[in-house]
Design a protein around this ligand. Structure first.
Ligand SMILES: NC(=O)c1ccc[n+]([C@@H]2O[C@H](COP(=O)([O-])OP(=O)(O)OC[C@H]3O[C@@H](n4cnc5c(N)ncnc54)[C@H](OP(=O)(O)O)[C@@H]3O)[C@@H](O)[C@H]2O)c1
Length: 284
């Protein structure tokens, strides 16, 4: 790695990685994709493997670190494995890219905060309440210690065409059964397009140490389920909201808020925090 070259997208077969790689190509960048799936035209890279075995291309201008163990349950139940992928690997990869003069964009989450206040500022102290959030918080802090080469992009819930929870609701409703979405669990959904636009912009030019992408308000999962059920033509009685406590589900943490202060994205890129329903209305 050394002089300016293409953009390395690590985890290019993931939801966000694929969208970011496509966007960067669409605006004229050479994109080098990594994947652990051995899909065509990707470099194989398993972040859980020994870093000595990694074969990284030289001369990248920037690396966008999209690969992660994103399941909060996997982070809780298999912390050693998840930590290798979510903390040790991005920190080492970032170290190598920064040492060679490249920029790093690391994807993080509102879950580095506890969600006690809405629109958490980027500068607020991290206070994660889940294993996943703690890993992201540690990786952020260690990567940012490399200095100006690094930008962290924190995202709230990103929705492409769907989400596993949404597919679950649709399948259950399709069988004529009731769904029990949480009435006290919030999300601040943004479209995959918005997330990819901000991440691609951060890969092209350093826009600051931390950028936050957020919808302009939170929605309860129960309200999202009700809206989608109506759109899909299911009877409203089939949506019966419950609180997390009533459901008996053991979540590590139920935040009161998930929105982030996205004023840097507005000021630097002219992108306002969208209405949260805009992302829901893009669900297939
Ligand atoms: N989606 C959101 O709402 C959201 C919100 C906040 C932050 N983020 C962050 O944004 C990033 C991308 O999220 P996403 O939603 O696109 O996740 P995703 O669809 O689950 O994709 C994650 C990618 O990471 C790869 N990966 C997992 N373990 C790996 C390993 N050991 N070595 C190499 N690659 C590995 C996966 O590979 P396979 O394709 O082989 O499974 C997959 O391509 C993550 O850092 C996530 O924490 C996402």
């Amino acid at each position: 790695m050394g002089e300016a070259g293409g953009v390395l997208v690590v985890g290019a077969d993931g939801t966000i990685g694929a969208a970011v790689a496509a966007r960067l190509e669409a605006i004229g960048h050479d994109v080098i994709r990594t994947s652990r799936r051995r899909s065509p035209e990707t470099l194989p890279l398993d972040l859980a493997a020994d870093p000595a075995s990694w074969r990284l291309p030289g001369g990248v201008a920037a690396a966008v670190l999209c690969a992660a163990v994103t399941s909060t349950e996997a982070c809780r139940s298999r912390p050693d494995e998840a930590r290798r992928v979510n903390v040790e690997a991005p920190v080492e990869l970032g170290r190598r890219v920064a040492a060679a003069g490249g920029r790093i964009v690391f994807l993080s989450t509102n879950m580095v905060f506890d969600g006690t206040v809405p629109f958490t500022p980027a500068s607020a102290p991290r206070c994660p309440q889940t294993a996943y959030g703690r890993m992201k918080a540690e990786a952020e802090e260690r990567l940012l210690s490399y200095g100006d080469a690094v930008s962290v992009v924190r995202l709230t819930k990103v929705i492409g065409r769907t989400l596993p929870v949404i597919e679950g609701w649709r399948a259950t409703l399709g069988r004529g059964e009731t769904v029990h979405p949480f009435s006290d669990l919030p999300m601040a959904p943004v479209t995959l397009d918005l997330a990819a636009a901000v991440i691609a912009a951060a890969a092209c030019e350093r826009l600051g140490p931390i950028l936050q992408v957020s919808a302009g308000a939170d929605l309860a999962y129960a309200d999202v389920a009700a809206r989608l059920a109506a759109r899909w033509g299911f009877a409203p009685e089939l949506v019966r909201p419950v609180t997390v406590a009533e459901s008996g589900t053991r979540l590590e943490h139920v935040p009161a808020h998930t929105t982030l202060d996205a004023s840097a994205v507005r000021d630097r890129l002219g992108l306002e925090s969208p209405d949260p329903w805009a992302a829901i209305d893009e669900v297939a």
